[in-house]
Design a protein around this ligand. Structure first.
Ligand code: ATR
Length: 284
């Protein structure tokens, strides 16, 4: 049986749950292979990653912070999703040929559809909190699903404006909302926001809380937090208390791993309860 070798590159990377996820699938499908943490310190990134690619030992790897952009110059081909998002989270190596892919938008949308299949995205309006790398993948995914208006709000408003320009097209209008008006603007302007997504790091264990008053959102709207530690963040608890529907973030991590696993191991894996429980426990 062919021995497949993959891993996750980052710094620091020991906290990454990806080896647990891919290891679960390798065992579940009785495959021969490995998936490991690959820590590279920043001033050695170019040398080490170049060496890893030249050695032809790996079939590919995931890339996490802070290297999702730096890896792009090492790719012979960048898939459209990676180009538009401006980041690569998955690398596939075939006989020395390096392909850069981004599966974060897929993970974001697949998790949304799994948890809230009734939400109709086509023609809807969404509010995005944050304008970093994660926001780019989220906006890409929502635009691809036919969301007609995306309202972006960020502490640093120039970054929100940059994203609005990058993702605006004929079928999707992107708008910038002042950070101070993030909770009130939909009610003030009568904008029917169907989905609010937190893509900032606020609310994460050890980080400052996200201040957002869900009381002003439309009664039938949904709230999605991509933060998964804790799984039930304050904004999600507030949304539940208001009877709004919610989407928790851990599924995005699990779903983004599926197409990467398929690229290396040839099987699109399912999410079973054993994996969801294992990763939920590990993330807390
Ligand atoms: P990621 O790739 O996870 O998106 P990032 O690119 O560093 O990480 O983006 C982090 C996001 O969280 C940004 O939108 C950031 O806002 P700024 O662009 O103003 O930095 C947001 N964020 C982080 N700390 C914040 C804070 N204390 N208040 C408001 N927003 C914050």
């Amino acid at each position: 049986m062919q021995q497949i070798k993959a891993g996750v590159v980052g710094y620091p990377v020991i906290q990454s749950l990806s080896p647990l996820i891919h290891g679960h699938w390798i065992a579940q499908y009785g495959l021969s292979g490995s998936y490991e943490h690959i820590e590279i310190i920043p001033d050695q990134f170019d040398r080490v990653i170049g060496h890893i690619i030249d050695e032809n030992e790996y079939d590919g790897f995931n890339i996490t912070a802070p290297y999702k952009q730096s890896i792009m110059t090492f790719c012979d081909v960048l898939e459209d999703t990676a180009k538009d998002i401006g980041a690569v989270n998955t690398v596939i190596i075939n006989n020395g040929h390096v392909t850069g892919r981004n599966t974060d938008a897929f993970g974001f949308i697949a998790n949304l559809k799994m948890q809230q299949p009734a939400l109709e995205l086509k023609g809807s309006k969404a509010l995005i909190l944050g304008a970093g790398g994660a926001a780019r993948a989220v906006i890409y995914g929502l635009r691809d699903e036919g969301v007609s208006d995306i309202y972006i709000t960020n502490r640093t408003s120039s970054k929100a404006a940059e994203l609005a320009t990058d993702f605006q097209n004929d079928s999707c209008n992107c708008h910038v909302v002042p950070w101070e008006e993030r909770a009130s603007f939909s009610a003030t302007h009568g904008i029917d926001i169907a989905l609010t997504v937190n893509t900032t790091s606020l609310g994460m264990l050890g980080k400052s809380p996200l201040e957002f008053d869900v009381g002003k959102l439309p009664d039938d709207s949904y709230v999605y937090d991509i933060v998964y530690a804790p799984l039930h963040t304050q904004i999600l608890n507030d949304a539940v208390a208001r009877d709004l529907k919610i989407v928790t973030g851990l599924g995005m991590l699990l779903h983004q791993a599926r197409p990467a696993f398929e690229a290396w191991f040839g099987i699109m894996p399912d999410l079973d309860d054993a994996l969801i429980n294992k990763i939920t426990k590990a993330a807390q």
